[in-house]
Ligand binder design. Structure first.
Ligand code: SAH
Length: 247
Protein backbone atom coordinates (compact mmCIF):
# COMPACT_ATOMS: atom_id res chain seq x y z
CA UNK A 1 0.00 0.00 0.00
CA UNK A 2 1.43 3.35 -0.96
CA UNK A 3 0.69 6.82 0.31
CA UNK A 4 -0.36 9.32 -2.31
CA UNK A 5 2.49 11.65 -3.30
CA UNK A 6 1.60 15.33 -3.29
CA UNK A 7 0.08 16.70 -6.45
CA UNK A 8 2.70 17.68 -9.02
CA UNK A 9 3.27 21.38 -9.31
CA UNK A 10 2.02 23.06 -12.47
CA UNK A 11 4.53 23.31 -15.31
CA UNK A 12 5.91 26.83 -15.50
CA UNK A 13 4.29 28.54 -18.49
CA UNK A 14 7.36 30.77 -18.82
CA UNK A 15 9.38 27.83 -20.20
CA UNK A 16 7.53 27.99 -23.53
CA UNK A 17 9.55 29.80 -26.22
CA UNK A 18 8.21 33.28 -26.83
CA UNK A 19 6.32 33.70 -30.07
CA UNK A 20 4.27 36.51 -31.60
CA UNK A 21 0.94 36.64 -29.76
CA UNK A 22 -1.27 35.86 -32.74
CA UNK A 23 0.56 32.60 -33.43
CA UNK A 24 -0.04 31.20 -29.95
CA UNK A 25 -2.97 28.78 -30.04
CA UNK A 26 -5.58 29.07 -27.27
CA UNK A 27 -4.82 26.82 -24.29
CA UNK A 28 -6.30 23.33 -24.65
CA UNK A 29 -8.29 23.02 -21.46
CA UNK A 30 -10.48 19.92 -21.43
CA UNK A 31 -13.89 21.32 -20.53
CA UNK A 32 -16.23 18.33 -20.82
CA UNK A 33 -19.63 19.94 -20.59
CA UNK A 34 -17.92 23.30 -20.25
CA UNK A 35 -19.66 26.25 -18.65
CA UNK A 36 -23.07 24.60 -19.06
CA UNK A 37 -22.25 22.01 -16.45
CA UNK A 38 -22.98 24.50 -13.62
CA UNK A 39 -26.60 24.79 -14.69
CA UNK A 40 -26.99 21.06 -15.31
CA UNK A 41 -25.53 20.32 -11.89
CA UNK A 42 -27.85 22.82 -10.23
CA UNK A 43 -30.80 20.99 -11.78
CA UNK A 44 -29.42 17.68 -10.48
CA UNK A 45 -29.18 19.17 -6.99
CA UNK A 46 -32.76 20.48 -7.22
CA UNK A 47 -33.96 16.99 -8.14
CA UNK A 48 -32.01 15.45 -5.26
CA UNK A 49 -33.67 17.91 -2.89
CA UNK A 50 -37.10 17.02 -4.35
CA UNK A 51 -36.28 13.33 -3.78
CA UNK A 52 -35.78 14.09 -0.09
CA UNK A 53 -32.09 14.88 0.37
CA UNK A 54 -32.17 17.74 2.86
CA UNK A 55 -28.60 18.00 4.19
CA UNK A 56 -27.40 21.38 2.92
CA UNK A 57 -23.71 20.42 3.11
CA UNK A 58 -24.31 17.32 0.98
CA UNK A 59 -26.33 19.29 -1.58
CA UNK A 60 -23.63 21.97 -1.72
CA UNK A 61 -20.93 19.34 -2.30
CA UNK A 62 -22.99 17.68 -5.04
CA UNK A 63 -23.36 21.10 -6.65
CA UNK A 64 -19.61 21.69 -6.50
CA UNK A 65 -17.97 18.47 -7.69
CA UNK A 66 -18.17 18.06 -11.45
CA UNK A 67 -19.35 14.48 -11.92
CA UNK A 68 -18.78 14.60 -15.69
CA UNK A 69 -15.03 14.76 -15.09
CA UNK A 70 -15.10 11.27 -13.54
CA UNK A 71 -16.72 9.38 -16.40
CA UNK A 72 -15.63 8.55 -19.92
CA UNK A 73 -16.11 11.53 -22.25
CA UNK A 74 -18.59 9.44 -24.28
CA UNK A 75 -20.80 9.25 -21.15
CA UNK A 76 -20.30 12.85 -19.98
CA UNK A 77 -23.72 13.90 -21.30
CA UNK A 78 -25.34 11.39 -18.90
CA UNK A 79 -23.26 12.44 -15.90
CA UNK A 80 -26.02 14.49 -14.25
CA UNK A 81 -28.82 11.99 -14.76
CA UNK A 82 -29.75 9.84 -11.79
CA UNK A 83 -28.09 6.78 -13.20
CA UNK A 84 -25.10 4.60 -12.41
CA UNK A 85 -22.43 4.51 -15.13
CA UNK A 86 -19.58 2.14 -16.03
CA UNK A 87 -16.10 3.29 -14.97
CA UNK A 88 -14.07 0.38 -16.39
CA UNK A 89 -12.87 -3.00 -15.07
CA UNK A 90 -16.49 -4.07 -14.57
CA UNK A 91 -17.14 -1.42 -11.89
CA UNK A 92 -19.70 1.38 -11.75
CA UNK A 93 -20.08 4.84 -10.29
CA UNK A 94 -23.25 4.90 -8.15
CA UNK A 95 -26.15 7.09 -9.16
CA UNK A 96 -26.12 10.57 -7.63
CA UNK A 97 -29.26 9.83 -5.60
CA UNK A 98 -27.57 6.92 -3.83
CA UNK A 99 -24.31 8.83 -3.29
CA UNK A 100 -26.22 11.75 -1.75
CA UNK A 101 -28.37 9.44 0.39
CA UNK A 102 -25.30 7.67 1.79
CA UNK A 103 -23.43 10.90 2.45
CA UNK A 104 -26.46 12.25 4.28
CA UNK A 105 -26.71 9.10 6.40
CA UNK A 106 -22.99 9.30 7.11
CA UNK A 107 -23.20 12.93 8.30
CA UNK A 108 -26.24 12.09 10.39
CA UNK A 109 -27.24 15.74 10.63
CA UNK A 110 -24.12 16.66 12.57
CA UNK A 111 -23.06 20.31 12.31
CA UNK A 112 -19.72 21.12 10.70
CA UNK A 113 -17.39 18.72 8.97
CA UNK A 114 -16.83 15.09 9.79
CA UNK A 115 -13.36 14.31 11.12
CA UNK A 116 -11.47 11.40 9.59
CA UNK A 117 -13.40 9.34 7.04
CA UNK A 118 -12.51 5.97 5.48
CA UNK A 119 -13.99 5.15 2.08
CA UNK A 120 -13.80 1.62 0.70
CA UNK A 121 -13.94 1.51 -3.11
CA UNK A 122 -12.40 4.66 -4.60
CA UNK A 123 -13.55 3.65 -8.09
CA UNK A 124 -13.32 6.72 -10.29
CA UNK A 125 -12.86 8.99 -7.26
CA UNK A 126 -16.16 10.90 -7.48
CA UNK A 127 -17.46 10.07 -4.02
CA UNK A 128 -13.99 10.56 -2.56
CA UNK A 129 -13.99 14.12 -3.92
CA UNK A 130 -17.40 14.80 -2.37
CA UNK A 131 -16.27 13.37 0.96
CA UNK A 132 -13.19 15.57 0.95
CA UNK A 133 -15.50 18.59 1.06
CA UNK A 134 -17.47 17.11 3.96
CA UNK A 135 -14.62 15.86 6.17
CA UNK A 136 -11.31 17.13 7.50
CA UNK A 137 -9.41 14.04 6.28
CA UNK A 138 -10.42 11.28 3.83
CA UNK A 139 -8.67 7.94 3.29
CA UNK A 140 -10.01 6.19 0.22
CA UNK A 141 -9.03 2.61 -0.61
CA UNK A 142 -9.25 0.78 -3.93
CA UNK A 143 -8.18 -2.82 -4.64
CA UNK A 144 -7.88 -2.46 -8.43
CA UNK A 145 -4.69 -0.71 -9.48
CA UNK A 146 -6.23 0.42 -12.79
CA UNK A 147 -8.98 2.32 -10.98
CA UNK A 148 -6.69 3.62 -8.24
CA UNK A 149 -4.52 5.17 -11.00
CA UNK A 150 -7.55 6.47 -12.89
CA UNK A 151 -8.95 8.09 -9.74
CA UNK A 152 -5.62 9.83 -9.15
CA UNK A 153 -5.74 11.23 -12.70
CA UNK A 154 -9.38 12.30 -12.35
CA UNK A 155 -8.77 13.96 -9.00
CA UNK A 156 -5.55 15.79 -9.82
CA UNK A 157 -7.20 18.99 -11.15
CA UNK A 158 -9.31 19.26 -7.97
CA UNK A 159 -6.17 19.53 -5.80
CA UNK A 160 -7.83 18.11 -2.70
CA UNK A 161 -5.03 18.13 -0.13
CA UNK A 162 -7.05 16.29 2.55
CA UNK A 163 -7.77 13.27 0.33
CA UNK A 164 -5.44 10.27 0.54
CA UNK A 165 -5.76 7.55 -2.11
CA UNK A 166 -4.59 4.12 -1.05
CA UNK A 167 -4.12 0.98 -3.12
CA UNK A 168 -5.05 -1.92 -0.87
CA UNK A 169 -7.66 -4.37 0.33
CA UNK A 170 -10.31 -2.27 2.01
CA UNK A 171 -11.63 -5.30 3.86
CA UNK A 172 -8.63 -4.79 6.17
CA UNK A 173 -9.50 -1.12 6.60
CA UNK A 174 -6.59 1.26 7.11
CA UNK A 175 -5.45 1.02 10.70
CA UNK A 176 -2.97 3.90 10.42
CA UNK A 177 -5.77 6.42 9.92
CA UNK A 178 -8.05 4.97 12.64
CA UNK A 179 -10.18 5.68 14.55
CA UNK A 180 -12.62 7.04 11.94
CA UNK A 181 -15.62 9.24 12.59
CA UNK A 182 -17.21 7.70 9.54
CA UNK A 183 -16.66 4.69 7.30
CA UNK A 184 -18.44 4.30 3.96
CA UNK A 185 -18.27 1.40 1.52
CA UNK A 186 -19.22 1.43 -2.14
CA UNK A 187 -19.03 -2.36 -2.38
CA UNK A 188 -21.15 -4.93 -0.58
CA UNK A 189 -20.17 -8.25 1.01
CA UNK A 190 -22.09 -10.88 2.94
CA UNK A 191 -21.01 -9.33 6.21
CA UNK A 192 -19.25 -6.25 7.51
CA UNK A 193 -15.50 -6.84 7.91
CA UNK A 194 -14.44 -6.89 11.56
CA UNK A 195 -11.65 -4.37 10.78
CA UNK A 196 -14.23 -1.70 9.91
CA UNK A 197 -16.06 -2.13 13.20
CA UNK A 198 -12.77 -2.01 15.11
CA UNK A 199 -11.50 1.08 13.27
CA UNK A 200 -14.74 3.02 13.76
CA UNK A 201 -14.49 5.61 16.56
CA UNK A 202 -16.91 5.53 19.46
CA UNK A 203 -19.63 7.94 18.39
CA UNK A 204 -18.82 7.14 14.76
CA UNK A 205 -21.05 5.81 12.01
CA UNK A 206 -20.58 3.27 9.22
CA UNK A 207 -22.74 3.12 6.08
CA UNK A 208 -22.39 0.19 3.68
CA UNK A 209 -24.32 -2.18 1.45
CA UNK A 210 -24.58 -5.77 2.75
CA UNK A 211 -25.93 -8.91 1.13
CA UNK A 212 -29.13 -9.84 2.93
CA UNK A 213 -30.45 -12.82 0.94
CA UNK A 214 -29.11 -14.47 -2.19
CA UNK A 215 -27.70 -11.57 -4.16
CA UNK A 216 -30.06 -8.95 -2.69
CA UNK A 217 -28.35 -6.10 -0.87
CA UNK A 218 -29.59 -3.54 1.63
CA UNK A 219 -27.98 -0.45 3.09
CA UNK A 220 -26.87 -0.89 6.66
CA UNK A 221 -26.01 1.82 9.16
CA UNK A 222 -23.91 0.94 12.20
CA UNK A 223 -23.52 3.39 15.07
CA UNK A 224 -20.74 2.70 17.56
CA UNK A 225 -21.81 3.91 20.97
CA UNK A 226 -20.37 3.47 24.44
CA UNK A 227 -23.00 0.76 24.92
CA UNK A 228 -21.85 -1.09 21.79
CA UNK A 229 -22.85 -1.38 18.14
CA UNK A 230 -26.36 -0.45 16.96
CA UNK A 231 -27.23 -1.72 13.48
CA UNK A 232 -30.09 -0.44 11.30
CA UNK A 233 -31.09 -2.09 8.04
CA UNK A 234 -32.48 0.29 5.41
CA UNK A 235 -33.64 0.13 1.79
CA UNK A 236 -32.54 -2.29 -0.94
CA UNK A 237 -29.54 -1.20 -3.02
CA UNK A 238 -27.40 -2.63 -5.78
CA UNK A 239 -23.63 -2.29 -5.46
CA UNK A 240 -20.68 -4.17 -6.93
CA UNK A 241 -19.35 -7.01 -4.75
CA UNK A 242 -16.79 -6.43 -2.02
CA UNK A 243 -13.79 -8.58 -2.92
CA UNK A 244 -10.62 -9.36 -1.02
CA UNK A 245 -7.03 -8.84 -2.13
CA UNK A 246 -5.42 -6.39 -4.54
CA UNK A 247 -5.53 -6.91 -8.31
N1 SAH B 1 -17.20 5.41 -4.84
C1 SAH B 1 -16.88 4.92 -6.16
C2 SAH B 1 -17.69 3.71 -6.50
C3 SAH B 1 -16.87 2.65 -7.16
S1 SAH B 1 -17.62 1.07 -7.28
C4 SAH B 1 -17.01 6.03 -7.20
O1 SAH B 1 -17.41 7.15 -6.85
O2 SAH B 1 -16.66 5.80 -8.36
C5 SAH B 1 -16.91 0.22 -5.92
C6 SAH B 1 -15.44 0.00 -5.94
O3 SAH B 1 -15.11 -0.83 -4.82
C7 SAH B 1 -14.88 -0.72 -7.16
O4 SAH B 1 -13.95 0.10 -7.80
C8 SAH B 1 -14.22 -1.97 -6.59
O5 SAH B 1 -13.02 -2.34 -7.24
C9 SAH B 1 -13.95 -1.55 -5.16
N2 SAH B 1 -13.74 -2.61 -4.19
C10 SAH B 1 -14.38 -3.81 -4.05
N3 SAH B 1 -13.87 -4.51 -3.03
C11 SAH B 1 -12.87 -3.74 -2.48
C12 SAH B 1 -11.95 -3.91 -1.41
N4 SAH B 1 -11.93 -5.01 -0.65
N5 SAH B 1 -11.09 -2.92 -1.13
C13 SAH B 1 -11.07 -1.78 -1.88
N6 SAH B 1 -11.90 -1.56 -2.91
C14 SAH B 1 -12.80 -2.52 -3.21
Amino acid sequence: MKRRPSFPAQLPLASAPSRPRAAVPPPQIPQGLGMDSDAVRRRMVQKLAQQGVSDAAVLAAMGTIERHRFVDSALANQAYEDTSLPIGLGQTISKPGVVARMAELLRNGRPGKMGRVLEIGTGCGYQAALLSLLATEVYSMERLRGLHDKARENLRPFRLANLHLLLGDGMQGYAKGAPYDAIISAAGGSELPQAWLEQLATGGRLVAPVVVAGSAQALVVVDKTVQGLRQTLLEAVHFVPLKSGVA
